[in-house]
Each structure stands twice: as C-alpha cells, then as structure tokens.
Design a protein. Structure first.
Length: 285
C-alpha cells in the first residue's frame, strides 16, 4: 500500500506545514490538580497481581517519609478494595465544601483520601464499571485539596487495567515502585508491571519484595515460607534495583488493624532513600 501523503504536498513549505494536524503533538490526558494543591512528587506503588502487599509497602514508605519531616499524602486508588483507611483507623465522611474535598489526617500527619472515606457504609461492595472507577480516581486528583505535599503516594489496584492506566495518563507520575513476592511466577508478575510503566514512559525506581521470610521466634532462623527468593536475578535482568525485602512480621500485621501510624518499617529504608534523593521540581526547572 502506498504511503499516504498530504493532499497539498506540492505546495507545502516548512511554514505552511507547522499547523498541519499530522504535525501536532499527541494529546495529553493529564488532569489539572486542584488549585489548592501543590505536590512535588507523585509516586505509584504497583504490582502485576493482587495480594502482594502494595498497601503495606505504601503505608510503610509514607510513615518513613513522614518521620523524616516530609509532607506526605496517600491517594488510595484501589477503589474496589481500599485498605489504607482501615490500616490507620480512619473513618469518614471526609469534609467537603465549595472548594473541594479535604483528606483526613492520620496520627502521624499523613493526608489520606480513599473511597472508604466518602461512602456511608465502609463494608458495602463497590459494584461499578471501569469508567466510573477511573473517574473517581481522577476526582481524587482534581477535587481533593491536598495542600502542599512533598510526596503523594498512589496505592494502585493490582494488574494493568483501567485504574493503573488512568493514573499513568491522568496524573503527573514521577516514578513507580513495583511490589512483588518470592514465588516462582515473580518474573512474569514484575515484567507485566514493568512493561506497562515503560509503555507509558514512567520511570521504574525499583522493586520491593514482600513475604521474603518469617523469622522463627525461638531460634531466629529465617524461614522462606513462599520459597526461595528470585528477586535479585529478576531485578538484574531488567537493570533494576531491589529497594527492600520485607519479612512476614506479626507486629506489622497487628498494627495494620488500625494503628499503622506507629509502624516504622526498617526494611524499606533504601526505598525511602531513593525517594528522598529525587530533586525537587523547582530544582529541575
């Protein structure tokens, strides 16, 4: 098939072609932030499958950043399975006025917005189709008054569906951290999340492994409950850093029942260091 050319190609000049639709930049799908929000870095916490502990990693990172004095928010984008409010013992309704929606503060001053803070019954199932769920995520960016934040962590739902796509297209995401577990299928899981981020031109900052081991309370031996870890080989194959390996820790599981503001997870210190090393937007300009 012959290549399609401009209908007026014979009379084209550099100047006349500048306004041609074929020369225009691709349309941006980014949504404007609330006018009362000023957010320096947006970081997505993602995975290729569910049940790997994204919310645990998100909340742990938020706590570490807050403990260092950074202004932190968590946007709970897991609309059908929100868990961040429960972890911090937060309940709605979130305050609303003519200017927008206000996030609710945790005990350690992290701003949180989640669907569970907007609905009258936290235990009612969310039976919505993808476009409606995606619209809610956009509203959490455009209608929520986040104020001044150094970091907004976005707790993503699992997989590569509507919501991750909406977040990547609609929010100015500066990078993602992939959360996974030690099972054999880890390579496939990580590559799904990695390939989606790359397709959307979002930098992958590194990988965090959860459920890496269980420490015996009697002898201190590390027991690989889910099998031996393969995360180092997988990360090396994609030229990524392993930013932390989190064990199964009953202490954190207990705190996640409403008191997670008290949790300080030392296993994500390197992931925290990667985030705090990111230059401010004003420094990049």
């Amino acid at each position: 098939m012959a290549e399609k050319s401009c209908s007026s190609a014979e009379g084209c000049t550099r100047e006349s072609c500048e306004g041609c639709p074929s020369r225009q930049e691709p349309q941006s799908f980014q949504v404007e932030a609330n006018v009362f929000s000023e957010i320096d870095h947006v970081i997505g916490i993602v995975s290729g499958k569910g049940g790997v502990g994204k919310s645990m990693a998100t909340a742990s990172l938020a706590n570490l950043l807050a403990a260092k004095g950074y202004r932190v928010g968590i946007l709970d984008a897991d609309i059908t399975g929100p868990s961040i409010p429960k972890m911090y013992g937060l309940h709605g309704p979130a305050p609303v006025d003519d200017q927008g929606i206000y996030p609710i503060l945790t005990e350690n001053d992290i701003k949180v917005m989640s669907l569970n803070l907007m609905v009258p019954d936290e235990e009612s199932p969310v039976i919505w189709r993808g476009p409606i769920i995606a619209g809610v995520v956009k509203q959490f960016w455009s209608d929520v008054i986040w104020g001044e934040l150094d970091y907004l962590l976005v707790d993503m739902p699992p997989g590569t569906g509507d919501v991750p796509l909406t977040v990547f297209q609609s929010l100015p995401v500066d990078g993602v951290i992939i959360v996974t577990s030690p099972q054999e299928l880890v390579q496939m899981i990580v590559k799904k999340a990695y390939n989606m981020a790359k397709a959307m031109n979002i930098p992958v900052l590194g990988i965090v492994e959860n459920y890496s081991w269980l420490e015996c309370p009697d002898c201190g031996k590390r027991i690989p409950v889910f099998g031996e870890s393969h995360i180092d080989e997988v990360a090396a194959g994609m030229d990524l850093k392993v930013l932390g390996k989190m064990p199964i820790d009953p202490k954190f599981a207990a705190l996640a029942d409403g008191s997670f503001a008290q949790a300080q997870n030392p296993h994500l210190a390197e992931a925290c260091a990667v985030l705090t090393a990111m230059p401010k937007k004003s420094e990049e300009a």
